[in-house]
Design a binder for this molecule. Sequence first.
Ligand SMILES: Cc1cc2nc3c(=O)[nH]c(=O)nc-3n(C[C@H](O)[C@H](O)[C@H](O)COP(=O)(O)OP(=O)(O)OC[C@H]3O[C@@H](n4cnc5c(N)ncnc54)[C@H](O)[C@@H]3O)c2cc1C
Length: 562
Amino acid sequence: MSDSPRCDVLIIGAGLAGLVAAHELTTAGKRVAILDQENAHNIGGQAFWSFGGLFLVNSPEQRRLRIRDSAELAWNDWQASAAFDRLDDEDSWAVRWARAYVDFAAGEKRSWLASHGISFLPTVGWAERGSFSAEGHGNSVPRFHVAWGTGTGVVGPFVESAHRAVDAGLLDFYHRHRVDELVISAGRVQGVRGSVLAEDDASRGAASSREVTGQFDFEVSAVIVTTGGIGGDHQMVRRHWPARLGRPPRSMLTGVPEHVDGRMLDIAGDAGARLVNRDRMWHYVEGVKNWDPVWPEHAVRILPGPSSMWFDALGRRLPEPYLPGFDTMGTLKHLRTSAEIAEYDHSWFIATQSIARKEFALSGSEQNPDITERSKREFIRQRLLGRDATDPVEAFKTHGADFVVANTLEELVEGMNSLADEAPPLDPATIRAQIRARDLQMDNPYAKDAQVMAIHNARRSLGERLGRTAAPHKILDPAHGPLIGVKLHVLTRKSLGGIQTDLDSRVLDDDGEAIDGLYAAGEVAGFGGGGVHGYNALEGTFLGGCMFSGRAAGRHAAATAG
Ligand SMILES: Cc1cc2nc3c(=O)[nH]c(=O)nc-3n(C[C@H](O)[C@H](O)[C@H](O)COP(=O)(O)OP(=O)(O)OC[C@H]3O[C@@H](n4cnc5c(N)ncnc54)[C@H](O)[C@@H]3O)c2cc1C
């Protein structure tokens, strides 16, 4: 077609997976076109907004903190967490991707990232600690490495690479081009069709117009689909919500920009791509309304340390292993399926200032300006000195609709009740009794309470003690006050299933045959193979999955296209 881009490979989606694929292709001298439904402000997609946490195994940062990690331990953790149970079918490629990804994370990943100028904070976080069992879900050791620059530091090198390729005449961007159809015939890709959307100067992440001003019909022989997940479309999330997680909440918040709309999944399915594991998703239970939203219903996730007490909507402490930072899906399932509480959409943290100061990390590049701007001085001021939490956490305490700050428990509970008309009022005496029982366990360095044991256990890890786990203390001790109550909502974030791909990121059809010239990578491909995480993620695995699968697609396409 006359107006088709002059390119060897067309990429749909200018997020991290697409940019990494483009980097591989243009480095190999191939001509690339990248189409995206959003404007140029949005290059980098979700990765720009991300916290920049990356799963690495046996890294120098871990070793410096005396963490002993290995590919064997990580693979044990991954398999136990993923719990692949569709091995002959939907998980057949996912499990191969998982093995390859753990080997990557334990091997080449760190030096490859370093070769792109990506470096890490000296501390390593312990995300998703799991289910208190060696055979169960969770990270046995801290593995969450936050990049200097947060998500902007991870995606930045690939944005720069794309701009260099534009200057070199190897790459063209087609913004406001939304793909509505993949054209496939005789087992090979022939092109893409779609709509040109009205020019819109919306700022990064903000919702943009969907007015259609024209159509395009591009003929190309190689296409890489990197269009992200479904978290921005609650209807789609509800449609694929699995029965095992009970009924979806009536109201959810949104942890991703609106462009994470999942439309391309069904478009790819209609064209013959095999979609698998769509019932697997990764939504967080610690969402708070952003008081300064960028996108509609914008929620921020608290990445909690282990010390906050977690209560359900009726004011009952959550049982272990549903402790802060332990088991995302298990906690979601508990909240959505336990008879008396499933009708409510919220739960509560009760913490102290000492806990918030050290343990409330907020996910997102904009919520961590010290790290995003790579300011070591601000990092030390905000995270290591004084009694205040980081500036963004303090701002949530002041402006956040879900936060209550009080000097006495009675005042705190009164404030919490004023935020939750939909549930019976919490009884301050019952809450006090549960906190007192927990506080009594704090007199010894050992205890019978699982959460208190978990706090002591975390403090045995140097990094946790220095940076992420508050010194054990009684919640009702005024010296650690004020008290902080936080109303927590479910926030939609990631899809774990998607387009099934082989280890070269080639898209498979329903017969398991690769469709010639068609690739998928990143979240739309379940981060590789249609579901590399199985049922549970170990965290920090999404950005890495985008890079690993985007790289595979770019390399294979570079070797075969054009
Ligand atoms: C706040 C936040 C914090 C996070 N923190 C972390 C973290 O610490 N560690 C981690 O590993 N992961 C994290 N993640 C997840 C991670 O950022 C994403 O999973 C990842 O960036 C997805 O990248 P992608 O390239 O697959 O898709 P996206 O970034 O979603 O990009 C897809 C692009 O495709 C475009 N598109 C979609 N459909 C079409 C269409 N039909 N036609 C044209 N264009 C289309 C979209 O406009 C978009 O630009 C976080 C995410 C968020 C939002």
